[in-house]
Design a protein around this ligand. Structure first.
Ligand SMILES: CC(C)(COP(=O)(O)OP(=O)(O)OC[C@H]1O[C@@H](n2cnc3c(N)ncnc32)[C@H](O)[C@@H]1OP(=O)(O)O)[C@@H](O)C(=O)NCCC(=O)NCCS
Length: 161
């Protein structure tokens, strides 16, 4: 499978947090998780997506300050997004549960991470190993980085044998 990374100009991004209120109107809370939620968040990510994404989210959870956002609806997690997890400056992984897609939650989680990265001091963000390129292009004007696969993922270990 072939992917590519994408580049986002954080310096062009408005500090607009209205997505929090917009999601709230749909009964969805966007926030960073707190410590006691860690195992539940990681288990959900592994069950919905993969052990790889769980491993990356684990790193984002342990960053100080942590670099993971979650979306909650009816007291259950429905989505997550991380940055500084795969390698520094990369956004991802991210995902929204099948049944809750199309509500703007994926974009809200994405913008939450982008604004957090901007405020942390990054000028650019890299979306690692895309994925739905049109989603990132539409939401952020992200552009493809040529010859970026396997890039940072070169020779990645995929099992413990
Ligand atoms: C990609 C993903 C996070 C999007 O989540 P979502 O909550 O359904 O997305 P949103 O509702 O916030 O969509 C925001 C906009 O992007 C568009 N969009 C969503 N998914 C898209 C896709 N795969 N391709 C193109 N456009 C997409 C929506 O139509 C919407 O457009 P609008 O602003 O004009 O209404 C979700 O589909 C997902 O979890 N996919 C599987 C995991 C994955 O691929 N993660 C990314 C790895 S790089």
């Amino acid at each position: 499978m072939s992917h590519f990374d994408m580049l986002v100009k954080l310096y062009d991004l408005d500090l607009d947090f209205s997505f929090i209120e917009e999601q709230k109107k749909k009964g969805i809370e966007i926030r960073k998780p707190i410590g006691p939620e860690k195992s539940f968040v990681l288990e959900w990510i592994e069950k919905q997506f993969s052990i790889f994404w769980r491993n990356e989210a684990d790193i984002a959870f342990n960053n100080n300050p942590r670099s993971i956002f979650i979306a909650i609806k009816d007291k259950s997690i429905i989505g997550f997004a991380c940055y500084d997890a795969t390698v520094l400056n990369f956004f991802g992984p991210t995902g929204v549960s099948d049944k809750c897609r199309g509500l703007g939650t994926g974009k809200a989680l994405l913008i939450a991470c982008m604004l957090d990265m901007k405020l942390k001091g990054y000028a650019y963000a890299v979306i690692g190993a895309v994925g739905p390129a049109e989603f990132y292009k539409k939401a952020l004007g992200a552009i493809e980085i040529k010859d970026s696969w396997p890039g940072a993922y070169n020779n990645m270990i995929r099992n413990s044998d």
